[in-house]
Design a protein. Structure first.
Length: 433
């Protein structure tokens, strides 16, 4: 499967004349007009702040149909993977393009398990942070620092080193995130336990204590594994585009993924799960909902309904459906009945889905709407939510990074601009100003 070239020609009228550009068709989704020769032909750029009409690359990894609410990883629907696969298998799929054979699965799982420990020196980084440091601040620093520890996997032109770097990142991210959590609690770090699977090991590193063993609930481990699958990739979102742009300069993968983590942190992206839960807590009771809905609709109030709306989904986010069900499973496993936050969330969703403002603007609940309630019930503080997102998204970042490096058309990403500053002027001495 490759893009079909030159099937049609788009005619574009510019101030300097009429030009023809090739239209390229993918397997699914809108076709694209190849304007790479536009500047050379016309001396003009395109202008698209926020990239709302721009395909920045060709990709075979993830497909989203925002109108229909469809999300496919390598062609497989997200709900099928969440229900029938596991995170490790999904990671293999995203990285390699196909579901693994039994042998391939075992080899991949063994390799990831063997890389779960971090260099002992890396612990010292944690002690340099304040105890109230946000886990995402720690993650940005520590993941970037991996490049100072694993020199043998920073040559991006060597496919073997790339594979090792990718596996290291996926394997070490739970250890790094759990260490950030433990540090914030003032508790000792818990080493990985390679007897446990990927997600159970993460829960153990978060909740065990040297003095007190932790029995990981298989139901909670399965629920979190599903959450990881839902977050594993999402085509050219802001953080993935950041990883691609950062590594387009030839930067090493640890540095590029650290850049992705920084981007993910923002409340309009990965930070929305933290913001959504804070919002539900602020609303507190269902009778306050109309007040918040009113604020969300007020153009003069910067408040937005967190966990609602999406740049691509103009329908119910397919991940939110699975997330809502997972939320119920987790609360049932933990014996949490009549959770006030869930009540507020369900009522808010009902009201918003029937409100003209949200209906007209096609603002549906996104994945972050229910993930916060679920993660909180599992025992994670809000500050850890985005760190868990980063852990899972690392798989997508690595897959997209690899795809970019292997793409023969890959060049350094270098957007241009519409300059509206001063035209040339003459420098005046300070004494003359
Ligand atoms: N509450 C109230 N109004 C909203 C909301 C919201 N959550 N989201 C969008 N709008 C309005 C917005 O004010 C604008 O109105 P108008 O056309 O009158 O100016 C219109 O809807 C379009 O919004 P936009 O900001 O132009 O849309 P966007 O595609 O640039 O932004 C978004 C998408 C996700 C940043 C935005 O919907 C938002 O801020 N949502 C809340 C944050 C959130 O939940 N983010 C998580 C996204 S899912 C996780 C991930 O994939 O990273």
């Amino acid at each position: 499967m490759n893009k079909t070239e030159k099937v049609q020609v788009a005619k574009v009228d510019t101030t300097s004349g009429e030009y023809e550009f090739h239209v390229l068709d993918g397997t699914l989704g809108p076709s694209v007009i190849d304007i790479s020769s536009l500047y050379g032909d016309t001396g003009q750029f395109t202008y698209d702040p926020g990239f709302t009409s721009t395909a920045s690359c060709e990709s075979k990894i993830t497909y989203i149909d925002g109108e229909k609410g469809i999300l496919l990883y390598r062609g497989y629907p997200i709900d099928q993977l969440a229900e029938q696969s596991n995170f490790i298998e999904t990671a293999y799929l995203l990285l390699n393009g196909e579901l693994p054979s039994l042998n391939d699965y075992e080899e991949f799982e063994r390799a990831i398990t063997n890389h779960t420990m971090v260099h002992e020196q890396l612990r010292n980084f944690y002690y340099g942070f304040r105890s109230d440091a946000h886990p995402m601040a720690i993650m940005c620093g520590v993941v970037g620092a991996l490049s100072a520890f694993y020199h043998d996997s920073t040559d991006i032109n060597d496919p073997y080193q790339r594979m090792v770097a990718g596996r290291r990142l996926i394997a070490k991210m739970p250890t790094i995130a759990a260490m950030a959590f433990k540090f914030s609690l003032g508790q000792p770090f818990v080493y990985p336990d390679n007897e446990l699977d990927y997600t159970a090991n993460f829960l153990n590193m978060c909740f065990a204590l040297p003095a007190l063993k932790h029995k990981v609930s298989p139901t909670l481990a399965r629920a979190l594994d599903k959450i990881f699958i839902l977050h594993a990739d999402h085509e050219q979102n802001a953080s993935t585009s950041t990883v691609r742009l950062a590594s387009s300069s030839g930067a090493n993968p640890f540095a590029a993924i650290a850049a992705g983590i920084a981007c993910l942190w923002g409340p309009a992206h990965g930070g929305a799960n933290e913001a959504a839960l804070n919002m539900l807590m602020e609303i507190g009771t269902a009778d306050k909902i109309p007040e918040f809905i009113k604020r969300a609709k007020d153009k003069n109030d910067p408040f937005r309904l967190m966990g609602f709306g999406h740049r691509v989904y103009k329908n119910y986010d397919p991940r939110a459906k699975v997330m809502q069900q997972t939320c119920h499973e987790v609360l049932a496993e933990l014996g949490i009945k009549d959770d006030p936050l869930l009540e507020v969330a369900l009522e808010l969703e009902k009201i918003a889905l029937n409100d003209d403002y949200f209906v007209e603007k096609q603002l549906y609940p996104n994945i972050d709407f229910y993930s916060g309630i679920t993660l909180k019930a599992m025992g994670f503080p809000t500050t850890m939510f985005t760190a868990l997102f980063a852990l899972a998204r690392t798989v997508g970042w690595v897959a997209q990074w690899n795809e970019m490096i292997e793409d023969p058309s890959q060049r350094i990403g270098r957007p241009r601009q519409l300059y509206t500053g001063y035209a040339e002027r003459t420098y005046k001495k300070r004494s003359e100003r």
